[in-house]
Write a protein that binds this ligand. Structure first.
Ligand code: FES
Length: 316
């Protein structure tokens, strides 16, 4: 959909707030807390940004865009070129990160710009009277986006500032110590913080299925470094068989054969390329399928995943 940039706000050092509305003021497609949208920018650049506002608001989307130090054009364009009144192409909201409906309490850990989906979740909890706590980790106070909004929630929000602790990491185990039974833990931030939260949550007895992560970028993975051999793919609907070569992704093989599959990140992060898998065993190299989904082998993300069996049969 084409949306107009209605407001730009400096939320913190290197964090720009972007408010988007329909040009005619119409209601926008609903979203759930933690959802994100694809932002299509000039130069065929597509970036995913989390929605930071309350899901109860239907007249606008609010994004918080951090300026990436090694920006490949996405965040640099937003920070340096985008202006109020510009029209941008925005995809429909997608939810890969969201609140567990039956959690007794929601415990959030945000690192830096990872606050954006968490803020939307906090707003949802506040609107519905659901218990929550937040540990917000930033390098400096100047980089703490939305701190003014969160300050009103008193001791529900704990702020950890690296610069003020001489680099001593946050006491995650201590913060999670008071976790009640049935609570769910959510983390969005740098890979190191997410790993530490995973370890700390497991340490206080939070089940893996009650721990949720939202990644900004594909982490270095031993699986993706493994050799990528060739395999065959049978496309059930057309009856065609394709051969995927070493070093070529399944998505690239499909594109080469003019088989159209939607995609966005091409890194196994967004799930937009997901294809039903009818037979064969996938070697899942993505970062979004759950353990249960991996074991079921009912779908595959062709941008990164490959075959463990000699052939895969896809519903294409
Ligand atoms: S394109 Fe994003 S997971 Fe495949």
């Amino acid at each position: 959909m084409q949306l107009i940039v209605s407001r730009l706000t400096q939320e913190a050092q290197d964090v720009l707030g972007l408010e988007l509305r329909a040009p005619d003021g119409a209601a926008l497609p609903a979203f759930t807390a933690g959802a994100h949208v694809d932002l299509h920018l000039p130069g065929a650049i597509c970036r995913q940004y989390s929605l930071a506002n309350s899901p109860l608001e239907r007249d606008r989307y609010v994004l918080g865009v951090g300026l990436a130090p090694a920006s490949r054009g996405g965040s640099a364009y937003v920070h340096q070129r985008l202006a109020v009144g510009d029209v941008v192409e925005v995809g429909a909201p997608r939810a890969l990160f969201g609140l567990a409906p039956y959690a007794s309490e929601h415990l959030f850990v945000a690192g830096g710009i990872g606050i954006t989906p968490i803020l939307s979740m906090v707003l949802w909890c506040e609107a519905h009277g659901h218990p929550w706590r937040l540990l917000y980790c930033v390098r400096t106070r100047a980089r703490a986006a939305y701190a003014w909004t969160l300050a009103r929630h008193g001791d529900r929000v704990a702020l950890h500032v690296d610069q003020e602790t001489d680099g001593v990491p946050p006491d995650l185990a201590g913060w999670l110590q008071r976790t009640p039974p049935g609570a769910h833990v959510y983390c969005c931030g740098p890979e190191g913080l997410m790993s530490a939260v995973g370890v700390a949550a497991a340490g206080v007895g939070v089940l893996r299925s009650a721990t949720h992560f939202e990644r900004f970028a594909a982490p270095a993975s031993p699986v993706s470094a493994q050799p990528a051999g060739s395999f065959n793919v049978l496309l059930r609907r057309s009856g065609r068989t394709l051969s995927v070569q070493p070093g070529q992704s399944l998505l690239e093989a499909l594109e080469e054969a003019s088989v159209s599959v939607p995609f966005s990140c091409r890194e196994g992060m967004c799930r937009s390329c997901e294809v039903p898998l009818l037979a064969g065993e996938a070697e899942h190299r993505d970062f979004v399928l759950s353990d249960e989904e991996r074991d079921a082998h009912r779908s595959i993300l062709p941008c990164v995943s490959r075959a463990r069996s000699a052939e895969l049969v896809l519903d294409l």
